[in-house]
Design a binder for this molecule. Structure first.
Ligand SMILES: Nc1ncnc2c1ncn2[C@@H]1O[C@H](COP(=O)(O)OP(=O)(O)O)[C@@H](O)[C@H]1O
Ligand SMILES: [Mg+2]
Length: 235
């Protein structure tokens, strides 16, 4: 049975069987915690395909994800997880909120990378959390956070390598995790909505920052398409 059981800004969740869901990627593109919204034609297909390729790549590299297969071109079959409403961000190069929040300059390199936690709460603009908050809200204990961080680092190695093969650089990315039994595995999506990717030679942006910065939807779509077609050639 396929009943709608959840819906967010960019995906719908349908029940599939007792331990799987369908994730249907919509054509919606949003920024500013949903304050700016548009329809970018075919975006759902592009993002579903991008996610599928990256999840398969991670699985081949021994990283557990919720990915099972594709139901149609914009719908993923995934293991049903009890999602943890936290965005885990890994930063290799400074850009975005961190350069506004802290005395850090755009383009500064983090070696080792910096990992941050944010509560998924649009009305509060996704406040940052530390281990005490994670524990207090019963989101993750410290041991689980350490597991999550080691997964973030391994995902970073794999993603960075593949993106370099495409001639680009991975500035940062966000993952969402969920529980399956007593394991915590990678869920949600990995797309240009959730990563920052730039051309290191020209500084050209390929990710959702194009939309955040007000570029027209045609420019945004062409960047998403170019990234996917280059990804298809290297994975
Ligand atoms: N494997 C999964 N099992 C169950 N729910 C999932 C899974 N992967 C992602 N989700 C959920 O799908 C919902 C829709 O995603 P999305 O549209 O990106 O939401 P949001 O607007 O909160 O970012 C989210 O609540 C997310 O937690
Ligand atoms: Mg989302």
């Amino acid at each position: 049975m396929e009943t709608l059981i959840g819906e967010g800004k960019t995906k719908q969740v349908f029940s599939y069987d007792s331990d799987h869901v369908l994730l249907r990627f919509k054509d919606t593109i949003t920024a500013g915690d949903g304050a700016k919204v548009d329809i970018m034609e075919n975006k759902g297909v592009i993002n579903a395909q991008t996610s599928a390729l990256i999840f398969r790549l991670l699985e081949r590299n021994g990283i557990r994800t919720h990915y099972v297969g594709m139901y149609d071109e914009r719908t993923m079959i995934a293991k049903k997880l009890k999602m943890i409403p936290v965005e885990v961000v890994l930063r290799n190069i400074a850009t975005g909120s961190i350069v506004k929040r802290l005395p850090i300059k755009e383009g500064e390199i983090f070696d080792p990378p910096i990992i941050e936690y944010f509560l998924k709460d649009d009305s509060r603009h996704d406040p940052m959390l530390n281990y005490y908050h994670l524990e207090y809200f019963k989101l993750m204990n410290r041991k689980e956070a350490e597991v999550v961080e080691s997964v973030m680092m391994r995902v970073n190695e794999v993603l960075r390598d593949i993106i370099r093969k495409m001639g680009f650089e991975l500035y940062d990315f966000k993952l969402e995790f969920g529980r399956l039994g007593n394991e915590i595995i990678v869920g949600d999506e990995i797309t240009l909505d959730s990563m920052r990717v730039r051309d290191p030679k020209t500084g050209r942006i390929l990710d959702k920052d194009l939309y955040r910065k007000g570029y027209d939807l045609k420019t945004v779509k062409e960047a998403y398409e170019e990234f996917l077609s280059k990804l298809e050639k290297v994975v």
